[in-house]
Design a protein around this ligand. Structure first.
Ligand code: ASN
Ligand code: ZN
Ligand code: CA
Length: 328
């Protein structure tokens, strides 16, 4: 082990037993990931400002009591870091090798998690009755991706660009979950399936058919930009699902999907890995703060031409997947 970099173990809420990269300070270990830019994890202890206190432990075996949410958050940030580094060649949120920080136990019964550009940090509530912290891996990767979007396309968080901003977080949140290949939280195209946010075990969002949540849109239409960004993300999440996996019925890791198309077209997916690389190249090369759905179609097509050529199957599938959500 490099000096100062230690590998501890943690028992998490949602991801089973995980390795954690920690730092030794004097005689105690801290949740300070010096292998990933010094990303730190703090306990807000039900407060709602500042950083609270960094998690510390005597033997580098983490979990139980207040530590458990910290284990999930620290693991989530590290896994998201590794996804960006290993899959997309990005070193940290700003691609400068620097870590950010996570804060857990925010507020009381707080049912949300969020990224904040001001503190350059992500924050997690403990859920209703402080019973289900919002620290699952797809949520952590969703929030950290808001930082990446801010540092790149900087999609405005309203109107159609806001929906694309939200979709970007769901897309890379999901890609991180598949990348992690964690047996306690296997990859799926559901968002927030681990945190029981609805109280009945259903997820927050569905990428194969977004309208299953009762509010998100499956297809683009002219009023889309007037809906909440967490619902106008639906068509772009649906585009990504169709591009990666194709239309119709499919079961992945034991979860069944059935993805419809606007024009009843049949789409054969190009796979998650290529779809992920196309979205990332578009986000970092062609999308801007005002990119709308029509411009996202154009940007992803350019990105696909760069990566796979303008006469490729990948290019044709990107075009077909946008048409299938009514973006022509
Ligand atoms: N958890 C939410 C999100 O990341 C917080 C928000 O509404 N901004 O989108
Ligand atoms: Zn979000
Ligand atoms: Ca998920």
């Amino acid at each position: 082990q490099r000096e100062g970099v230690h590998t501890g173990t943690g028992t998490s809420t949602y991801s089973g037993k995980v390795n954690l990269t920690t730092t030794k300070s004097g005689t105690t270990f801290q949740l300070n990931d010096s292998a990933r830019g010094g990303h730190k994890t703090y306990d807000l202890n039900q407060g709602s400002s500042g950083t609270g206190t960094i998690f510390t432990d005597a033997d580098d075996v983490w979990g139980g009591g207040r530590q458990t949410a910290g284990v999930d958050a620290h693991y989530g940030a590290a896994t998201t870091w590794d996804f960006y580094k290993n899959v997309l060649g990005r070193s940290g949120i700003k691609n400068d090798g620097k870590g950010a920080y996570s804060r857990v136990h925010y507020g009381n019964g707080y049912v949300n998690a969020f990224w904040d550009d001001e503190c350059f940090c992500m924050t997690y509530g403990d859920g209703e009755n402080n019973a289900n912290p919002l620290t699952a891996l797809d949520v952590a990767a969703h929030e950290m991706t808001h930082g990446v979007t801010s540092a790149t396309a900087n999609l405005n968080y309203s109107g159609e660009s806001g929906g694309l901003n939200e979709a970007t977080s769901d897309i890379f949140g999901t890609a991180t979950e598949f990348f992690a290949n964690n047996s306690s939280d296997t990859g799926d195209y559901l968002i927030g399936e681990e945190i029981n946010i609805n109280g009945d075990g259903t997820p927050l969002r569905y990428m194969d058919k977004p309208s299953k949540d009762g509010a998100s849109k499956d297809y683009w239409s002219s009023g889309l930009g007037n809906t909440d960004v967490h619902y106008s993300s639906g068509p772009a999440n649906h585009f990504f699902y169709l591009l990666a996996e194709g239309s119709g019925a499919k079961t992945i890791n034991g979860v069944s999907y059935n993805s419809p198309t606007y024009n009843n077209s049949k789409i054969t997916g190009i796979g998650r890995d290529k779809a992920t690389k196309i979205w990332y190249k578009a986000l970092t090369t062609y999308f801007t703060s005002t990119t709308n759905y029509k411009a996202a179609r154009a940007g992803t097509l350019k990105a696909t031409a760069d990566l796979y050529g303008a006469t490729s199957t990948e290019y044709k599938t990107v075009a077909a997947a946008w048409t299938a959500i009514n973006v022509k």
